[in-house]
Design a protein around this ligand. Structure first.
Ligand code: ADP
Ligand code: MG
Length: 278
């Protein structure tokens, strides 16, 4: 395995897109696993009550297991709830259980409800520094996703290479802008990853082209192909790197993680903060 360069400071990356089924979780877990296998210390925070990232990373997350809910609503420390993933010695996960579904409502009356995760993370990082924190979000722009957008400094948007992909991005860009103005001026759309790319269709190529035109600096060179192997891995409680490391999907995610790591090692990741053309 190739060693990846560590970032100059902890990088906190939210994988967000309010659309479901675009490859958020697949991207979060496989990028995290590839970074960890490259020798970096990685923490994944699962913010989706479905717990798909927890499943894919092989950590226990049945109802009652402490995880993201306890961190957000019961002041438990991240260190006390994180679990090491069997994927790598340097990969830890804060699991999400179905109990997290209640958090979206229970957070509403809380003081500083948007800052809960940010505070918990700041306390954690003082004692347990890591290279990367990757947040997997639910397919909505509610308080769980907002907590991640406030706690992080970078956004990674996976974009599915299909027809209406760009419409969802417009709405996400508005939310990002609002979060920047009101809650987190540091937030930067640093990375776009084209997923489920089907080389046989013109449409995939067209969507890819269009995204690159709008986001030339942010869009990774590496494309994630549509591949059945990628969709099979989670049911074995593993990432594609554990399931079939020689597959095209595994190789693509390793390459994408390499691009992300090398960009972050060169300079503090600060891309142009341009808006999404209306
Ligand atoms: P999200 O987290 O955005 O809802 P997922 O990562 O769970 O999306 O992906 C949705 C579905 O598509 C899952 O069944 C997943 O296994 C599958 N999938 C994700 N990426 C790919 C891909 N590149 N090729 C084929 N299937 C994929
Ligand atoms: Mg998901």
């Amino acid at each position: 395995e190739t060693r990846l360069p560590p970032p100059t400071q902890t990088r906190t990356i939210v994988v967000a897109n309010q659309k479901g089924g675009v490859g958020k979780t697949t991207t979060a877990v496989n990028i995290a696993a590839a970074l960890a296998r490259g020798g970096l210390e990685v923490l994944v925070m699962d913010l989706d009550p479905q717990g798909n990232a927890s499943t894919a990373l092989g950590v226990d997350h049945h109802s009652g297991i402490a995880g993201t809910y306890e961190v957000l609503l019961q002041h438990q420390s991240i260190a006390s709830v994180q679990q090491q993933s069997p994927e790598s010695e340097t990969l830890s996960v804060v699991p999400a259980t179905i109990d997290l579904a209640a958090a979206e409502i229970e957070l509403v009356p809380q003081v500083a409800r948007e800052q809960r995760l940010k505070k918990a993370l700041a306390a954690h990082l003082r004692e347990h520094p890591v290279d990367y924190i990757i947040f997997d979000c639910p397919p909505s722009l509610g308080l769980l996703t907002i907590n991640a957008l406030v706690a992080a400094s970078e956004i990674l948007i996976p974009i599915q290479c299909e027809y209406y992909a760009l419409e969802g991005v417009t709405q996400l860009m508005r939310t990002i802008q609002l979060v920047r103005e009101e809650l987190n001026p540091e937030l930067d759309l640093s990375t776009i990853l084209l997923t489920m790319f089907d080389a046989r269709t013109k449409l995939s190529a067209q969507v890819g082209e269009q995204v690159r035109q709008h986001f030339p600096e942010q869009t990774l060179v590496t494309l994630i192909p549509r591949s059945v192997r990628l969709s099979e891995a989670p049911s074995y409680g593993t990432t594609i790197l554990g399931y079939d490391p020689q597959s095209v999907g595994a190789k693509a995610y390793v390459k994408a993680a390499g691009e992300i790591a090398r960009r972050g090692a060169e300079e503090p990741v600060r891309s142009a903060r341009r808006g999404w053309p209306q």
